[in-house]
Design a protein. Structure first.
Length: 347
């Protein structure tokens, strides 16, 4: 067996390389190592790819994966060699009060993956992190595998936006962002009973997918024009719930403008240059909740794994192109140029 593996490595903004590096190994007794079956490029990866956020040169990248357990630490009880698992983008202990409250993504003993675009991945805190899938990857078709991959991040994150925005039956929900997370947010809003779902999109392919997922209306306008349009559509009151899935100043300012008084904004977009007005939210009784998605909680307790396995939802449709690891640079370029919504990496 080889002692090395192929892995995607960030070289500099705009350049991703595939290198042979030492193979991932168990380092602690609560670790497992998985053989990656599917990984992908995330919209948040584009921040460092574009040079907008820092990333250490020659460092591994990627935080979404599904795979088969290859090696197991001596303390691991929940999985064994050969098990098929989803690896959420956060790792967590699963035992502390924060994890037990359903917020594994901010576990004080945990952290975030940045090495998933590779043939093998070391998973710390395995018992509190991985989500076991029945059977093996060979038991599932490509579409189901793609959907299982989404609940390592984007589908769970879209659901966190809807849950944080407190979407409930009968609501009018607005989804800011037409990337993979926003599109999954449309699915989540429908799952939680919203009867009117307004997707903010100006790209016809993404708008078409939003409609397929349950959007009732598409609004292509931006800034004040977007606010005016949504207010006109809601008799001047605004949306009951807003799913902010972008994280930019423009998106957040728009969300504040079109949420109704007493409404809630669920924020899952990684914030960049966003300032929240204390007075503005105070006098509107506007709630703002959200952050990194507690993936494991939603997959298991929130029912996302079951919904995928029962084919009640098909979030894997957000993957509009496939690549192998050797062509990871092409995947980043395609997403950067908005030629694809989300790029799947097949191993």
């Amino acid at each position: 067996m080889s002692d090395t593996m192929k892995a995607a490595v960030f070289v500099k903004p705009g350049t991703i390389a595939v290198e042979e590096i030492p193979k991932a190994r168990v380092q602690q007794d609560d670790d497992v190592v998985i053989r990656v079956v599917r990984a992908c490029v995330c919209g948040s990866d584009l921040w460092f790819y574009r040079g907008l956020t820092g990333q250490e040169p020659n460092s591994q990248i990627g935080h979404e994966a599904i795979g088969v357990v290859e090696e197991v630490g001596s303390a691991v009880k929940s999985v064994k060699t050969g098990d098929f698992v989803i690896v959420p983008f956060p790792f967590s202990c699963g035992k502390c009060p924060v994890c037990k409250a359903g917020f594994e993504s901010v576990c004080p003993h945990g952290g975030y993956f940045s090495a998933s675009q590779a043939e093998y991945l070391r998973v710390p805190e395995a018992d509190g992190t991985v989500v076991k899938v029945p059977g093996s990857p060979e038991d599932y078709d490509d579409a189901t595998l793609a959907s299982l991959l989404t609940i390592s991040d984007v589908m769970s994150t879209g659901y966190h936006a809807a849950a944080s925005a407190e979407v409930k039956p009968g609501d009018t929900a607005v989804v800011m962002g037409d990337g993979a997370v926003g599109l999954c947010g449309v699915i989540a809003a429908k799952m939680r009973g919203a009867t009117r779902i307004i997707a903010m999109s100006r790209h016809e392919d993404r708008a078409a997918l939003a409609r397929e997922f349950g959007a009732t209306d598409i609004v292509p306008e931006r800034d004040q024009a977007a606010v005016d349009k949504v207010l006109a559509m809601t008799d001047g009151y605004g949306a009951d719930a807003v799913l902010e899935c972008v994280g930019s100043k423009q998106s957040f300012d728009t969300a504040i403008g079109l949420v109704r008084r007493g409404g809630v904004i669920g924020r899952v977009g990684l914030p960049h240059d966003v300032t929240i007005s204390a007075e503005g939210t105070f006098y509107g009784n506007i709630g703002i909740k959200g952050g990194p998605a507690p993936v494991r909680h939603y997959d298991i307790d929130g029912g996302l794994l079951d919904a995928v396995l029962k084919h009640e939802i098909n979030p894997g449709r957000v993957f509009t192109a496939e690549y192998d690891l050797d062509h990871i640079q092409d995947a980043y370029e395609a997403m950067d140029e908005r030629k694809v919504i989300k790029a799947l990496i097949r191993f």
